[in-house]
Design a protein around this ligand. Structure first.
Ligand code: GDP
Ligand code: MN
Length: 387
């Protein structure tokens, strides 16, 4: 689960990480009064669940409260496009007004799970402020790493080694060691999957401050954290994905034209591949799961066809635990309730496949039924072309 920058900063502050004073505003006039409270010279920052806001025009410096109001009125309501939002961008509904920081240097600090070692790793770099992915790809030696031993946690000497490696001296060095330890503690306490402070700033008077903050929580641990669950902002998530999560469907919206309903993540991946191979592209990934029933199929189908990009629907079910006749029943019932104007291609294989085929045939509804995957994919692509 992702959260906003201002929420991440509130959490970090509780653990002793210094952040700039700031206030959230949802209107230009609120932004003006927040800027007045903070002394006039502020930064106006778009709050969306994506990075790269600076380059997209979502972070602006203001010299006084009037300018802050003007920036807020430009940014609020804009469709902010960054390299993480996709071409349609994300609508900005709130801005963070923060006292401006006197920046000497911009550093990078992050914590992620290293899947190769199954341990957390703290990463630090002097090359902060810009795309860290680019630094990692082109000059990996500029990224320092310390692995956290889960038995003992991050050790102070490791934190000091990173602080030294970032070129910190004097007060900033001392603060760096403490800040990195605090960050590791916050990460563990919140069961996070990603922390990113980019940039961590050395100020003109040699102190450290977290100028940006990104936190992702581990969804599998969220049930342990009622308080963190409340930070979820559904406006930032794709509407159909939110709807699908209500029914425990694994649904991910994609940008193609074939709506896919498949059981099992592996088969869903293979289905997406074969659609692509046959010359079209999937509009979504949808795994209806193993123990599916009529109700789930109905909901899945409804979500699938409410996507306007869908020009044809491909139902690809292998009946192992799930029975094909139940899936067929779900599809027929769903079609009874819903108005469907796109062609449907169904491939049922496995347990009770013949019974499933009979249900489809006797329903009087229009389907293309295919037995082989290749044949089915061909029919799907034909249908898309005809649409
Ligand atoms: P991101 O682009 O979404 O990662 O947003 P950031 O919070 O990292 O802001 C982008 C850039 O804006 C930073 O790298 C800074 O260079 C600049 N910036 C943000 N806050 C301040 C500030 O208080 N003073 C100055 N001078 N620049 C700032
Ligand atoms: Mn940033």
């Amino acid at each position: 689960m992702k959260i906003h920058e201002f929420q991440a900063k509130e959490i970090l502050q509780k653990f002793g990480v210094p952040v700039p004073s700031g206030k959230v505003a949802t209107s230009p006039s609120d932004a003006r009064s927040a800027a007045e409270e903070l002394g006039g010279k502020v930064v106006v920052k778009a709050q969306i669940h994506a990075g790269g806001r600076g380059k997209g025009g979502g972070v602006k410096l203001a010299g006084d409260a009037g300018e802050a109001e003007q920036h807020a009125s430009d940014i609020l309501g804009m469709q902010l496009v960054t390299h993480q939002t996709g071409p349609e961008g994300q609508k900005v509904k709130q801005v963070l007004i923060e006292e401006a920081t006197d920046i000497d240097r911009e550093l990078y600090l992050g914590i992620v799970l290293d899947r190769a070692t199954s341990k957390l790793v703290v990463m630090a770099s002097q090359a902060g402020g810009m795309d860290i992915e680019q630094v990692a790809a082109e000059t990996p030696e500029k990224i320092l790493k310390e692995t956290i031993d889960p038995a003992v946690g991050l050790q102070p000497f490791q934190a000091r080694r990173l602080a030294f490696g970032m070129g910190l001296e004097g007060d900033a060095f001392k603060e760096g060691g403490r800040l990195i330890m605090a960050l590791a503690k916050a990460f563990e306490a919140t069961d996070s999957s990603l922390f990113e402070i980019n940039p961590l700033v050395v100020t003109g008077d040699n102190h450290l401050i977290a100028l940006d903050a990104k936190i992702n929580f581990d969804d599998n641990a969220l049930y342990l954290h009622k308080d963190l669950q409340e930070l979820r902002d559904l406006d930032e998530e794709a509407a159909l994905e939110v709807e699908a999560s209500k029914y425990e469907l694994n649904y991910i919206k994609l940008d193609g034209e074939v709506g896919c309903m498949v059981n099992g993540a592996g088969l869903a991946m293979a289905t997406m591949d074969i659609i692509q191979y046959a010359g079209s592209s999937p509009a979504n990934f949808l795994d209806v799961g193993g123990g599916t029933n009529v109700e789930r199929v109905r909901n899945a189908f409804r979500i699938l066809i409410s996507d306007e990009d869908v020009k044809a629907v491909f139902i690809n079910i292998f009946g192992g635990i799930v029975r094909c006749d139940r899936v067929a029943q779900g599809v027929v019932e769903a079609l009874g309730d819903l108005e469907v104007n796109v062609p449907i291609i169904i491939r049922l294989q496995g347990t009770n496949a013949p019974e499933g085929a009979t249900i489809l045939k006797e329903s009087g509804l229009e389907f293309t039924v295919a037995m082989e995957l290749k044949e089915a994919a061909g029919a799907v692509v034909e249908a898309v072309k005809a649409a």
